[in-house]
Design a protein. Structure first.
Length: 293
């Protein structure tokens, strides 16, 4: 099957579209913390606009009539699809994971998009509220007109009483429905606003850590063992701990957070023999990674 040629450098989020006119290739680079800090691709997970954060492998899943279906990330990058005729492209090639700093950068790009989506939804609710308000005012006015018409004498009425009563009920129902709609809109707006604030807070915290990691890396003060999809992921820490005095001021980047060497040594304890410190430190780090699951 041939598909339309796509730009090979089309990078959006964790998915990279490497398809050509003759070949489908969708690559996926996991976050460092993905799949319980294993740096492996997690299952796709659908989310809604009210969520307070994004799943690691977020999905907009669309299914039409018949067999047609599509899976896209928050940027709209399509990772698999099935056509109405049954033809499909579902293979996703898992690539090496991102380290924590790269992961945080990508996550924040996605959170930027998520914030944009929430803002658009909140604006739509505000616009809808204005329309509902205007509709309610007009219904109230029409209700009053029909009611006043029923109070006039027979020869001065514009409408038969029965007709006015029917119209009054219609306008009353419209006001009631508008009230329910306004309540639902308010509830949804509150949920959006609360989740928006949480996403903004997460974004700010990520930015702070990104800056911290970048600064440590530039000063050669960072021991990065955040990728867990490689052979002997703790090797860099093991090597650094062979010279405690040289490494004491450094920090260790784990898949899910960053801690100091000093914190690790304090956890290991003062009574441990110098020769046993590297192994005990590795054991402590592994415990931290597993405990965060």
């Amino acid at each position: 099957m041939k598909i339309q040629k796509i730009n090979n450098s089309n990078f959006k989020g964790l998915f990279t579209n490497k398809s050509t006119s003759d070949n489908w290739r969708m690559e996926y680079s996991p976050y460092s913390w993905e799949s319980n800090n294993t740096s492996k691709m997690a299952k796709k997970e659908q989310f809604d606009i009210y969520a307070h954060t994004l799943p690691d492998n977020e999905e907009y899943y669309i299914k039409g009539s018949g067999l047609a279906e599509s899976s896209k990330d928050i940027f709209g990058t399509e990772s698999y699809y099935v056509n109405h005729d049954g033809k499909m492209r579902t293979t996703i090639t898992e690539m090496p994971a991102l380290n924590r700093e790269e992961s945080l950068n990508i996550l924040n790009k996605k959170l930027d998009k998520f914030i944009e989506i929430k803002n658009t939804a909140m604006s739509a609710i505000k616009n809808d509220a204005e329309l509902v308000k205007n509709s309610t005012i007009k219904s109230e006015q029409r209700f009053a007109n029909y009611y006043n018409d029923t109070q006039t004498g027979f020869f001065h009425r514009e409408n038969p009483i029965q007709s006015s009563c029917v119209q009054m009920k219609y306008e009353f129902d419209n006001v009631r429905n508008n009230t329910v709609q306004l309540y639902n809109n308010l509830t949804n707006y509150i949920k959006l606003r609360e989740s928006y604030e949480n996403v903004k807070k997460q974004h700010a915290q990520n930015e702070s850590e990104i800056k911290f990691l970048k600064d440590l890396r530039s000063k050669n003060q960072l021991i990065d063992i955040s990728r867990r999809d490689i052979y002997d992921p703790n090797k860099a820490l093991w090597e650094a701990l062979q010279d405690i005095n040289k490494s004491i001021s450094k920090f260790v980047c784990l898949p899910h957070k960053t801690i100091s060497i000093e914190e690790i040594l304090n956890a290991v304890g003062q009574k441990v023999k110098s020769a046993d410190i590297p192994q005990k430190a590795i054991e402590y780090v592994d415990t931290l990674i597993k405990k965060s699951i």
